[in-house]
Ligand binder design. Structure first.
Ligand code: F0G
Length: 395
């Protein structure tokens, strides 16, 4: 039977309880499988194609057809490497990768008869929770930093009828609050990425990438609370166990420079992080100073032989604009961090000329429409047809 497992201290328990954190050391729990319990029996499309490696009953799934996101070959911005692919997780039902984890976590919530679900969020988890809770017919509560969530994400949470609880502080405070709530109450199921069922759903991105292009040399991914990089590495390792890949790709975890405690720990070879008390970046989705899954992120990146790097806001904006204007892929700033990290690493020769690279972009550009105000603008107002002609010819 699949079991809860603590990667830090080895604690293990059955899945017949609602656990998130290790009762011994406090780290977020993982779900592990014995040999024979992981089966590569894949059919259909999207997250539920991989139900033979998921710990919930697919017949009871709460789904909006998540996963099966497009993987594009870069035409213009990946010339420095053999091939650059862009996995566009912004094409999920609510416009972010969170839906892969949410479909599994909400299915688990329903299996466990919860009537409510809760999360802390910089926006995308909130949007995904709200929409999936409405699909499941249960109540959604989202705790968000007041004034720090992008417009599109708030709109989704509101539209889905979620209870929006604003805190005067940042995401780290909101997460601390919901963690304490979940320790003391079983009234609502916590579906942040500290929930091991979220990680199970999100690992399916690894399965899709490998089924589509085989083994890349590198995968780049933005890192905030560090659940997604944990999930990616878990999926890749399962694929190795299943004999679907021989060599594990290297991971490039990318944080915004102003919110990069894991990068600092990586660079100083430290076994622990120093939380950033006032994280700052325009990439609000990853404006996180005390990531819950930092230990698993550091371990994943180190095991893979990859790296953690920090990127400036300036480069994030450039990468976002490059991706939309040169490749036709419009993403939100946190997702562009993945591309900014790629550009940095290719230039410094960390990623080499003959490497095949996949950059995961995590959220749709429509989530944060205000972010394009930072781009160079080509807008003109015309009063007449002549002036229209002139405007076009003069370009
Ligand atoms: N990209 C986007 C668009 C995100 O929304 C997030 C996280 C990340 C990357 C980082 O993923 O936290 O698993 O390392 N957003 C969370 C939220 C924190 O509340 O929506 P991570």
């Amino acid at each position: 039977m699949p079991r809860y497992f603590c990667e830090n201290c080895g604690f293990t328990d059955l899945l017949d309880k609602n656990l998130y954190f290790c009762p011994n050391c406090g780290d977020p729990l993982t779900i592990i499988y014995n040999d024979g319990e992981l089966e590569a029996n894949f059919s259909g499309l999207g997250v539920w194609r991989y139900s033979s490696v998921l710990p919930v009953d697919p017949d009871k799934k709460v789904s909006l057809n998540e996963g099966n996101t497009p993987l594009y070959k870069s035409l213009r911005i990946g010339n420095e490497v053999k091939e650059l692919y862009i996995k566009n997780e912004g094409m999920n039902p609510t416009g972010s990768f969170k839906d892969r984890g949410m479909t599994v976590a909400i299915t688990r919530a329903v299996e466990r008869k919860f009537k409510s679900v809760i999360c802390a969020s910089t926006g995308n988890t909130a949007a995904s929770l709200a929409i999936y809770a409405s699909r499941a017919g249960i109540k959604g509560y989202v705790v968000v930093p007041d004034g720090a969530v992008a417009l599109g994400k708030m709109a989704q949470a509101r539209a889905a009828g979620a209870h929006i609880i604003k805190v005067r502080g940042n995401f780290d405070l909101a997460l601390e609050m919901v963690k304490n709530f979940a320790r003391g109450s079983n009234d609502a199921y916590l579906v942040n990425s500290v929930n091991p069922f979220r990680i199970e759903g999100q690992k399916t991105v690894a399965y899709e990438i490998i089924e589509e292009i085989g083994e890349p040399d590198w995968i780049t991914i933005p890192v905030g609370n560090a659940g997604n990089i944990t999930a990616l590495w878990k999926g890749l390792n399962e694929l190795k166990r299943l004999g679907k890949i021989k060599n594990l790709p290297k991971l490039l975890g990318v944080q915004a420079a102003g919110a990069s405690p894991i990068v600092k720990a990586f660079n100083s070879n430290s076994e622990t992080i120093e939380p950033v008390t006032s994280p700052s970046t325009i990439a609000t989705a990853i404006k996180i100073g005390n990531p819950a899954s930092w230990r698993r992120a550091l371990k994943s990146v180190r095991e893979s032989g990859g790296a953690m790097i920090g990127v400036s806001d300036d480069l994030i904006v450039k990468a976002q604009y490059l991706l939309s204007s040169k490749e036709g892929i419009f993403v939100e700033p946190a997702s562009a961090a993945s591309i900014a990290g790629f550009l940095n690493a290719a230039r410094s020769n960390l990623i080499r000329k003959d490497d095949v690279v996949v950059s995961i972009v995590t959220g749709n550009g429509l989530k944060d429409p205000d972010s394009v105000n930072r781009f160079e603008s080509f807008e003109t107002t015309v009063e007449s047809e002549e002036s229209l002609l002139y405007s076009v010819i003069a370009q």
